[in-house]
Design a protein around this ligand. Sequence first.
Ligand SMILES: [Zn+2]
Length: 432
Amino acid sequence: MFIELNNLKGLIVNLDSFKQETDIEWSNISDKVKLLFFSNDKTRLINISSIRNNVYTSDNDPYAYFINTTCFAEFLKIMSLHSYEVVFVSSDIDNIKNALNLPLGTILVSDTNVTDYTRICYLPDFEVSKIDEINDIINDNINGKMSGYFAELATTIFKWGEYLPFNHAYAVISEKELNGYKCSIVCGGRYFNTHDERYKVHQLSQRIINNKDTMSQNAVFLPVFEQLVKFVDSELSKVDGVTRVPPRPSEIKNDRFLNIIGQICDKNGYTDLAHGIYCNSDYPTQKNLNAEERLENVRGKFSARMRFDGMHVILIDDVISTGATAFECAKVLYENGAKKVTILVLGVNQLTNSWRSTYYKDLRCEYCGALMKMRFNSKRLERPAFFGCTNYRNGNCSNTVDYITGIRTINEQSEISTLTVADSNSDIDLLF
Ligand SMILES: [Zn+2]
């Protein structure tokens, strides 16, 4: 799902990131969207401008947008579109990473099946393997059938008792070696931490935080984990048993995935391995530690109660960041005979881009002006998420806005304005 997009009406394409022989493929892109190509190669731009209708080109310094929005504002002006109506497309990973600083939808075109773990914390809204596949995203968006990361779609409730209707759902598949052991890592979606501007509008991230102490979201997470385990079983490698990153001894009552594992194993015939591994002593929080400190912090903290000889074990957790805790658990499973360990999480922690805060404007209550925050009805999970006035608690204001209206308003408020260009020009006029 696109976080910054209200309606998809145009693609802004970094043409230089694609091989020239693929230029003809853009003629197949749905004519429901405008296309803007930017490139340093003027001849290439002239050739591509005739492949279909509604094509725009720019040889404006394409890399200027890395440090400011002037270039993008110029593109939007050429296309007569708002930033919440366009998506940035590139086949260059670093290029996408830079674009993530801006409130824009992003599509990475990349033909690798497995996501490189070093860039898993900079995921685009979509990753497709061929230019043609962008049409699926366009058609889904226009038909109101959402596509995107599976766990994000499956936890986004926006109508009474109704999940987002979705056509194309993806998981992020990656691999990593740590402590001398290799694991497959399957992530249901992205997790934006509480310092990230996107957290404010992202149901999966807020539900994960909501669940930490209360387990209030387990009814929403159970079918998500179940589908993901079955996905690993059928698409990656046959699954024998399921366990989780065990809680610290002091938090043993908050063993939040114990019940979920029991239900998934009962129903699908996997072995419940939750009691096979435990945390032998408390360790301080992993927050604010770097990757090496995290490894050191959890070293030797987990032990096995059994052998896992020849088994493919799934190790579930809610979020993965550096992977230190999950890999320390995987090490114990491997040392006790496991043949393969797959780490399975709802979300992979995305790195915060401080620049984004320049664009994001909070949702404010139209009656009292107070901040509006996303809320869930914890007793009736099938009820949709909504934005509620923070003056509610002191009884002064009970204003609410439905989820879709809320995120659309935030996107409209946070757009890259085409006025940026006019403003900077008028400044120059004044100076000289
Ligand atoms: Zn209010």
